[in-house]
Every structure is written in C-alpha cells, then in structure tokens.
Ligand binder design. Structure first.
Ligand code: ATP
Ligand code: MG
Length: 431
C-alpha cells in the first residue's frame, strides 16, 4: 500500500471541531476591530525577499534564520513566505498611496511562516491578526492599541493577561544607548553567548531580548534606555501611561523589552499570559515611525501590533465553544421522497434554516443515526407515507417532544418560527 503523506513539520491542519472555534473567535475579533473603525486589507502570502530584509532588519532571528525563502524556478526571483504582516502592509499602503487619503487604520489576518523549532505555542505556520495605524503620531493612538487589546480580552472572557510596556526612544537616543550597551557588554565579553557575541556590534539591543537563561543576570545589569530618554520621548511615554491609568489598565515597565524586530521606536508593548509556559506572549507591538521611509515612502508615523491566534485560542474558553450546529437533518426514503426532499432542503435554506440533506441510500434507522451525530436540532423526515399525505414528519432530536406532521407548504414558515422566535419560551407544542 502507498504510504499516507504528512503535513510539513510545524504546520497544522485545523480540523472541523477546532475550525469552528477558530471561526467563532475570528468573528468576535472582527466585530471588535470594526468597533474601533479599523478596515480590512489583504496582502499576498509571498513577497520579494528584500522587503523583509529591509523592513525587519538583517541582524534579527527572523531574517537570519527563520525565513522560508526560495528562488522562483520560473524566473529566478528571490521570494519569501511572509514571516509577519507589517512589512507587507506598509508596502501595500505605499504601493497604492493610501496615505494620500489621510491616516489609515487597518487590519489583516492569516498565516505567517517562520522556520522555528516547533513546540507548544510555536509553529512554522502560525496565524496572526495584525492591526496597524499609519499617519498618526500618538501617543493617543499607541494607547488606543493597548486599550483595544484590554477590551478584546474582556470580549473573549480571557483573564490573567498582563501588560508590559517600554520605550525605545528616538533613533538618536537609541544610537547613544547603543554605544553605552556595547561598552557594557565589552566589559563582560566572557559572559556573552555565541549569539550575543555575533550581535555585539551588529545589533546590541537584541542581546537584551536573549532567550538564554544564562544571559539573564548580565542582561538584568545592563544600562536602561527608559531611564535615559530625552524630553520628547519621556512625554510620549507619559502620554501613553496617563491614558492607561485613566482607564484603570494595569501595566509594568519592562526596560528589557525590545521586541524581535528592528523597526520599533518609542512605545513597545507585550501582553503575556502565565498559563502558556515559555510561549506566553499572546500579543506584541509598538511604534515604528521609521519604517515607511525605510521602505521608500515619504516619512509617516505608524504603530501596530499582532495577536497570536493559536496562543489566544489555547486560553479561550472550553472546547466546544463556537460549535456550529445545523438546524435540520433531512431524512428521506423512496424515489419520490428523494426528489421532494432535495427541493424541501432548498426551501428551508431560503427561509434561513440550515439543513444537512441525507445523500445516498440508507435505511431509516441508519439515517436517524446520522441525524443524531450531525448535532442537528430537528430531524425532518420525508418517506413514502409523507409524500402521499403531502406532509413532513418533524422530530426533535435534542429535547423532549414527540414527532409531528406539518404540511409541506407550511414547513418552511413553521421551522423559521421554531428556530427564530425563541422557541425555548413559547414552545407550546405548536410544531
Ligand atoms: P517570540 O518571542 O515568542 O518568538 P516574536 O517576538 O517573534 O515572539 P512577534 O513577531 O512579535 O513575535 O509576533 C507577534 C505574536 O505572534 C507573538 O506574540 C506570538 O503570540 C505570535 N507568534 C510569533 N511567532 C509564533 C510562532 N512561531 N508560533 C505561534 N505563534 C507565534
Ligand atoms: Mg520569534
């Protein structure tokens, strides 16, 4: 026998039980985005490789070792499966000159690809909702992003996600800080791991983001940019903090929070859950005022964040949340009934009732088993008897109550009433 093929390691199938939860989750997220006036944008999954090298930064985990890059065998172009959405989103905004129409509040969702070591909460294909605000200088919009997240956790009913914020200051402040950091790490060369040594001159801030526990004490002792900010950067951070305090949103300042991507400045933040082990960050973002210019546009301020869908779903409610149930499973038997049932199914759907039509021949008993397994509320039965009488039999599958006959002509209205006028309260045997 031929061997069954398997999915690529770290890339998951999302099977129907899970996929229904994903859709329910996505619906809540989409409503939340609309309530803040964010509009959807959809970018390709594949971009020219130089976009990410330029946007994310050469000396980052993503660009150094996580990108799925390949040569298009048909024209030799170097392409990459997107590892994140911000670069593509900004590219699209510039390519279509969207900022000409004023500031843009945008969101996108979909798979991202990073060649990481797969583990719980870390996959090679994973999913994000990304939110970007372009053309707004903040700090009000920075605070809007953070406050939005707090609302989403409430909308989803997820508790215990804490907020860490930091400021990366201006480019100039970061350059001065960079020198200070290099001097500090040069004084501790023997305590640097290989990654840190490699990054010492290329990107010393990234050493603060080290995931190596042995580097912890050294990183803890490093000078802190947030304590050396200039006046404008301090005021920006204050503007964010005040708004959070006005709304009673708790936060801690984490001076070592630098984020894995190079393009950030001023405000950076992460939302972290302690219930997910090492992969606890469910949402991360901040300001990236330099990126638009870096990608060839006229300078424009910007900020944004991304939600990790897999990690949030792991925190969201009981399994079965978001489960989709059909209203009706349509059982039929006999040649005449088969055609009548096919027609009835469409009439019911026309009236907003969802229907699974039994397809193929099977005994009445086995069709009723399928009806039960489908989780439908009602079985509608059309047999030879029913066709003869011009009536369908309606049988509740999930609640008490006997089988009833309803005329074909009246069936669609009847079921629409049953499903859409709160039958729990007024269900008085009127079926
Ligand atoms: P980490 O430090 O966990 O690698 P990151 O800084 O690389 O995260 P971002 O690029 O900021 O992550 O992505 C935003 C969010 O997307 C993360 O907070 C996380 O929830 C999610 N995420 C990132 N990488 C993965 C992955 N490989 N698998 C699942 N979710 C991920
Ligand atoms: Mg990462």
């Amino acid at each position: 026998m031929m061997q069954i093929l398997q999915a690529v390691r770290g890339m998951n199938d999302i099977l129907p039980d899970a996929a229904e939860r994903w859709e329910a989750f996505e619906e809540i997220v989409r409503e939340w985005l609309a309530s803040y006036g964010y509009r959807p944008i959809r970018m390709p999954l594949v971009e020219p490789t130089p976009l990410f090298a330029r946007a994310i930064g050469e000396a980052t985990d993503i660009v150094e070792k996580e990108m799925y890059s390949f040569v298009d065998s048909l024209n030799g172009e170097l392409l990459t499966l997107r590892p994140e959405g911000t670069a593509s989103c900004v590219r699209a905004v510039l390519e279509h000159d969207l900022l000409y129409g004023g500031p843009q509040r945008l969101w996108y969702a979909g798979p991202m690809f990073r060649h990481e070591r797969p583990q719980k909460g870390r996959y090679r294909q994973f999913h994000q909702f990304g939110v970007e605000a372009l053309g707004l200088v903040g700090p009000d919009v920075d605070a809007e992003h953070i406050v939005m997240c707090a609302r989403l956790w409430r909308d989803l009913g997820i508790e215990g996600i804490r907020l860490e914020i930091n400021s990366l200051g201006s480019g100039e402040e970061r350059r001065a800080y960079r020198e200070e950091l290099i001097a500090y790490f040069e004084g501790n060369l023997d305590r640097l791991d290989a990654d840190a040594k490699r990054r010492l001159y290329a990107n010393p801030l990234r050493i603060l983001d080290s995931k190596n526990p042995e580097m912890r004490p050294l990183v803890e002792g490093a000078p802190r940019l947030v304590e050396h900010l200039g006046e404008a950067s301090r005021a920006h951070l204050e503007g964010v903090k005040l708004r959070l305090e006005d709304l009673g949103i708790g936060y801690t300042i984490n001076p070592r929070l630098v984020r894995g991507l190079d393009y950030y400045n001023l405000t950076v933040f992460e939302w972290i859950s302690d219930q997910l082990g090492a992969q606890g960050t469910v949402c991360a973002g901040g300001r990236y005022d330099g990126l638009v210019e870096q990608l060839g546009g006229r300078p424009a301020p910007a900020c944004g964040f991304a939600l990790g869908v897999e990690r949030l779903l792991a925190l969201w409610g009981a399994p079965g949340q978001g489960e989709v149930r059909p209203d009706v499973y349509l059982v039929h038997q006999g040649a005449r009934a088969d055609r009548r049932a096919f027609e009835i199914a469409e009439q019911l759907r026309e009236n907003g009732v969802s229907v699974i039509l039994h397809c193929g021949e099977a005994s009445f008993k086995s069709q009723m088993k399928r009806a039960d397994a489908s989780r439908a509320m009602l079985a509608v039965i059309v047999g030879e008897d029913e066709v003869e009488a011009g009536q369908a039999s309606v049988k509740p599958l999930r609640e008490a109550g006997g089988q009833r006959r309803v005329a074909f002509d009246a069936l669609a209205d009847h079921l629409a009433d049953y499903f859409f006028s709160g039958h729990e309260d007024e269900h008085d045997g009127g079926l």
